[in-house]
Design a protein around this ligand. Structure first.
Ligand code: DX5
Ligand code: ZN
Length: 218
């Protein structure tokens, strides 16, 4: 399968947001990864609806929204209206995860669940066939530019096995600390989508860096 690259806009230059969105449009990237943080679920606040609206008005690729917020059910319809194609909520933030996933789908979006580094894959056993995507956090959520947690490889393999065993149609996304050094090993372990923030936007030539990542994985 074609492995996908999703640059994380969190690491873009917000003073030149349109320029960076156009760069992703013209690059070999597949998706836009959009991190929404509320300062409660994670110890940081990123940006909210007006900024996502501005991104969506220029973005020509799939918009993958990663909610790092408590009680995400309150905003499902809002994110659908803003143009999110895929909405990912955190397992740790959802008391009634099954209900939340069904609500996301009923709003016309694809539904994903993200797992913090300490959360085992096994918690998804009874919901995996309902999920379009599982995002394995390879850093503690809240900030870009952190170091990749090596235990992630093991989790990718476990998740891949669960998906195969249950015949689920679920993409595996990796988020945090992705670079050209770990991209190949991650996709070989079963990852389908690689999110990359700092590695792309802090590089000298983000367009080429995206192409390099795409080439390494495919
Ligand atoms: C972290 C975010 C990530 C972040 C990744 O909480 O979910 O998407 O932007 O940034 P890098 O690639 O710099 O680790
Ligand atoms: Zn993210």
């Amino acid at each position: 399968m074609n492995k996908l690259i999703a640059p994380s806009i969190l690491a873009a230059d917000f003073g030149n947001l349109q320029r960076d969105v156009e760069m992703v449009n013209e690059s070999k990237a597949d998706w836009f990864h959009i991190d929404i943080m509320d300062g409660v679920f994670v110890p940081n606040i990123s940006f909210g609806m007006p900024v996502l609206k501005a991104i969506a008005s220029h973005a020509k690729k799939t918009i993958d929204v990663h909610l790092m917020i408590v009680d995400p059910d309150r905003y499902i319809k809002t994110f659908a209206d803003l143009g999110a194609d895929l909405l990912t909520v955190h397992y740790e933030a959802c008391t009634h995860l099954h209900r939340t996933i069904q609500a996301i789908k009923a709003s016309g979006m694809k539904a994903g669940v993200a797992l913090n580094p300490h959360t085992p894959i096994t918690v998804l056993e009874d919901i995996i066939t309902d999920l379009d995507l599982v995002c394995i956090m390879s850093v503690n959520p809240g900030f870009g530019g952190q170091s990749f947690i090596e235990n992630t490889y093991k989790k990718v393999k476990q998740l891949k096995q669960l998906i195969v065993e249950t015949n689920a149609n679920t993409l595996i996304e990796i988020d945090g600390g992705v670079t050209s050094k770990n991209a190949k090993q991650l996709t070989e372990a079963g990852a389908d989508v690689l999110v990359a923030g700092s590695f792309v936007f802090k590089s000298d030539n983000p367009t080429n860096t995206i192409a390099d990542l795409k080439g390494i994985c495919n």
